[in-house]
Design a protein around this ligand. Sequence first.
Ligand code: SAM
Length: 282
Amino acid sequence: MTGALVLVATPIGNLGDLPPRAVEEFSAAALICCEDTRRTGRLLAHAGVDGARLRRVDDHTEARAAAEVVDLIAAGQRVVLVSDAGTPGVSDPGARLVDAVLDAGHEVTVVPGPVAAVAALVASGLPTDRFVFEGFLPRKGRERTRRLEAVAVEPRTVVFYESPNRIAATLGALAEVCGPQRRATVAREITKLHEEFVRGSLAELAAWASDTPKGEIVLVVEGAPPPEEASDDEVVEALRAELAGGSSARDAADAVAAALGVGRRRAYQLSLGIPGGVTPPS
Ligand code: SAM
């Protein structure tokens, strides 16, 4: 093994989900960076790894830890980064350490494994072909409003992390901006004893959440439906306006196609029926 920073995913509830390769990397590491040394110590004991050197790295200490991590890797050592649960760097510390190691010209690699967002997405029953990860929404303020409004028109499935105390308010706010019928899934306590997937409309889930569910939660929300195609009448009206403004027939069709998101061919065909509009080619 050559010197590298190794991002190692760890279980999000069920210890049986520790990737087998994680144990190899724990055993080989000169240093294991973690959020909580006691918690990671218990995981190492479960994995049968003794004598590992642990260093606490969180949002405040990540930059300082980077110097030691880079030195160790430059000397050919493996340094492991784990978070409390799941994949480091996903709503968890990690990005700064990755930047520092890459900036110093060293290798960064990964032992992939549990990520709550992906586990919730694939079990949600909502489309998985295209999705976006929103992480935690801001609790209040303009940025929260801006992000909620963006979700309302986002065509891809959206995945959020949310606390049990705020899930009812977030579902209510989403029902307001996206409409109460938009489908969603609350994934609670994934891989744990009380794992639960609650599937329904945003309005139904907001009512369900009013009792303040317990445990860890991922919220998956269906993407916005595609905007309705403009009717023939709407296209003709827009074409008339363009033609009346002096546009040539082709320019009018191009402009209307772009403005209404309809096909240029369709716009041109419709222009043929407008008296005084386009003269069909003889
Ligand atoms: N790095 C982690 C990952 O890869 O998923 C996420 C860490 S973030 C600080 C913690 C949030 O992840 C929780 O508040 C919850 O939204 C979600 N989460 C983590 N474990 C979960 C689980 N077992 N069930 C549901 N959500 C979970």
